[in-house]
Design a protein around this ligand. Sequence first.
Ligand SMILES: [Zn+2]
Length: 284
Amino acid sequence: MARLNLKEQLTDAKRNGYAIGAFNIFDCPSARAAVDAADSLKTPILLQTSVGTVKKFGPEELFGMMDLMRKRTAVPVLFHLDHCTEPELAKVCIDTGWDSVMIDLSARPLDENIRITGEIKKYAAVKGVCVEGELGVISGVEEEINAEEGELADYETSLVFLEGTGIDAFAPAVGTAHGVYKKEVKLNYDLVRKLSETTAVPVVIHGGTGLSDEQFARLIACGASKINVSTALKYAYINGLKEYLHGHPEEYDPIKLNSAAEKSVRETVANHIIRFKPKSGGRI
Ligand SMILES: [Zn+2]
């Protein structure tokens, strides 16, 4: 099966001054919502799946469901495994049809992170699948991942990591966090810019939920070409349901509930896609 190429998509985004949104979907309505938003805005996106979502449905069922969804549109919709700490599961997703996988061994010692990420890169390359790796600690909570605030990535170690792994997309810890921001976010824009200018590996920003328009625009202007959004979709989904039930307390038609959640997620995804295409465009 020919895979869509993450690195090519991100390189195109970087060249043209926008970022591709990578949205964590978790069921059929959320996947439909994300695909429909991409279709209406004629913009490529990633459907990201957490390890928890893959384990809930099983790789075959989840892939089959998403594959039907993406047939709804002509725009590229890539499937990406997010934050996988289990090399064997990453291989299963690579074999099943995912276009790219993120192997997250950032909690392990650097040499181990480099060695195993590099092994997955070799395994994936044979099947035309791209690999994202992480360096440093992106704090916060994301399903199985629960990281305290820790070390951010630095330029020199980043180069060692890129050289040692050969990865296609790079998620350095630059100050963003998973979940909801509880205090002011300080971002290392310089690292994003330096990596974007001096390497050919696209830079990925995790923890997109809650960043401001100005922060998105500046990250993109510095060269970031993939931005992950997860928590915002979960909030949109649950809030969509809550609001509908509040207005219709006697409603027992699941299709109506389902549609309310879907609409809310679709609007949130569309809103982010629009913010990832800053009008000023271009690099700084
Ligand atoms: Zn993340």
